[in-house]
Design a protein around this ligand. Structure first.
Ligand code: C2O
Length: 571
């Protein structure tokens, strides 16, 4: 199993900041030794020491690793072809085929933000970033390889970019954590990420050194995805057709194995799948009958460390990150442990047995002799920063987001409002809010909010069928404020506390379970105002508009995403 290489910054272009040039390019990649090479897209970072040897693998992108609070400036260059790797999907969108239309069909249809002859557009979003809006990489910031811009395209340092480029700057004021970056092209995120446009972004805090965590080769990122292949090894995009066999891909390899020493490892798992949830556990070698599953110690989530928690399995939704310690100490040489997806089908919870499922994901093979004593801290004794509960004040503002599935189309929206409608939600800077996600569907949705971290407050079951019917009636009746269904009338039970693996954790993505309202309490809404790395206009100006969305990529494209706006409370 490969591990994406770390990009090397240029430290002279912007004094005090790390500077990278990252290019999106087509390439080829072999997902498995038994498969032929596949056409893929990936990110490549310029190597400041050797311009002929850019850093990347072809698929995915190099890891950007930064020191907390030391800003980063990145120039993104779009060198992708002008015909899409999944052009047949784009053609279907253009033909208005509602079965396979990442851009919403009528009546939610919004014109793609690009003219007919443009088929590829991209923008890079730093997921989990505390980033001013113009550097956040939102859908309408997209730009094409031939230099066509979407309506909100913007760049820092306009004198230093070509039309197929954009410069973004990141504060790196997040806590020590694993963020990631990925494509966020308007209506095309699903096919762009599927082609390979995703990478890791690590925030490192030098203060973590004293924690005694496994480091270097004993800290392993695992980027989990599922892919479907044609017999010749080329990528098939069948997300919405559900044909072909789903194959687990970790760091770009199908069914990989990792040779490990009998010691503790830190696994940093990102679910970068388009739609798949995974319920992961580690199965012991098959020949060892009495050995239990190897436990995971959860030490962090999306937004940083949390109190250690021992788990035998856990459910990870798209875009979530789990920071884990797994202990192979004392395991006999040659023993093989299997990371298994234990009954999570592609749509979660779905109907087990229906739809493509994956069981074995990868193997850890204890085949390397111990290279030295394991001096890392046993997970139970780790002195990790403890996350204080984010208590809502009694007068906190509440905002309701209803996952609304249109009667006639697969299209989903928040509150039956298409993404392209201007922002209707104005949040006072500096205040926290409770956001209530009402999910009357049968599937779970991973919901992601840009800019802030939050905590899951609780969940409450609802009479989904009755709520959905009344909500539909309200929409059809012209949305009279007085007729709006009141959520409290549909509860079928008391609030349920968050799951142990999400409680007292910093999250940027959470699971909105079916037939349930999930409540989150955000951190105060305070975008970074100061300019970054001394670059003009790189800080935030209020009002500032961001987005939140479902991270099932096909849903975010079609159309389960809304903008919201942070405003000056005194203006
Ligand atoms: Cu990971 Cu708006 O996305």
């Amino acid at each position: 199993m490969p591990t994406p290489e770390t990009a090397v910054p240029d430290t002279s272009t912007y004094p005090g900041a790390d500077y990278y040039e990252v290019t999106m390019r087509p390439g080829t990649w072999q997902f498995h030794r038994d498969l032929g090479p596949a056409d893929v897209w990936g990110y490549w970072a310029k190597n400041p020491h050797d311009r002929h040897e850019p850093i990347g693998m072809g698929y995915l992108g190099p890891t950007i690793s930064v020191i907390k609070d030391q800003p980063t400036v990145v120039k993104y260059r779009n060198k992708l072809p002008t015909t899409h790797l999944f052009q047949f999907v784009i053609d279907k969108i253009r033909s208005g085929d509602p079965q396979l239309a990442p851009i919403a069909p009528p009546p939610y249809e919004s014109e793609p933000p690009f003219p007919e002859n443009v088929n590829v557009w991209n923008v890079v979003h730093q997921h989990g970033g505390f980033t001013p809006p113009q550097s956040d990489g939102m859908p309408l910031h997209s730009f094409s390889p031939d230099g066509v811009h979407a309506e909100s395209y913007t760049t820092l340092e306009p004198d230093r970019v070509e039309r197929n480029e954009a410069i973004c700057a990141y504060t790196n004021h997040e806590r020590s954590s694993m963020l990631w970056y990925h494509d966020h092209g308007m209506g095309m995120t699903s096919v762009n990420v599927y082609a390979g446009l995703a990478g890791l972004y690590l925030i490192r805090d030098p203060a973590d050194e004293r924690l005694g965590l496994p480091q270097g080769e004993f800290e392993v990122p695992l980027i989990l995805q599922d892919r479907t292949f044609h017999p010749d090894g080329k990528l098939a995009y069948t997300m919405t057709q559900q044909e072909g066999e789903d194959t687990p891909v970790v760091n770009g390899k199908a069914y990989p194995f990792l040779a490990v020493e009998p010691r503790r490892y830190r696994l940093r798992i990102l679910n970068a799948s388009n739609e798949r949830f995974w319920r992961l556990r580690i199965d012991p070698p098959r020949d060892v009958v009495l050995q239990p599953n190897l436990p995971f110690w959860l030490i962090g989530t999306d937004g940083g460390f949390r109190a250690p928690l021992q788990m035998l399995n856990f459910l990870i939704g798209p875009a979530e990150r789990y920071d884990l310690i797994v202990d192979f100490s004392g395991m006999p040489m040659g023993s093989k442990f299997t990371l298994t997806n234990y009954h999570a089908p592609v749509h979660y919870p779905g109907v087990p047995g229906q739809g493509p499922e994956i069981s074995e994901v990868m193997q850890f093979q204890v085949t390397k002799p111990l290279s030295g004593a394991d001096r890392t801290t046993p997970p139970k004794q780790l002195k990790l920063p403890v996350v204080a509960p984010n208590e809502p004040e009694p007068d906190i503002h509440r905002r309701e987001w209803v996952v609304y599935q249109h009667k006639l189309f697969s299209t989903m929206t928040f509150n039956a409002v298409p993404f392209m409608e201007p922002s209707q939600d104005f949040i006072k800077a500096g205040e926290k809010e409770i956001w209530e996600y009402v999910n009357p569907n049968h599937d779970a949705h991973p919901m992601h909010v840009h800019l802030v971290n939050f905590q899951v407050l609780n969940r409450q079951p609802i009479d989904a069928a009755a709520y959905q019917a009344d909500y539909e009636k309200w929409i059809d009746g012209g949305r009279k404020a007085s007729d709006k269904p009141v959520l409290a009338n549909y509860f079928t039970g008391p609030p349920i506390p968050p799951d142990p693996d999400e409680a007292l954790s910093y999250k940027d993505t959470f699971k909105s379970y079916p037939e349930t309202v999930t409540r989150i309490v955000t951190d105060p809404w305070s975008p970074p105002m100061e300019p970054i790395a001394g670059i003009a206009n790189s800080g935030t100006e209020l009002p500032a508009t961001y987005v939140h969305h479902c991270h099932l990529l096909e849903h975010e494209d079609d159309d389960l995403m809304r903008p919201f706006t942070i405003v000056d409370p005194d203006a």
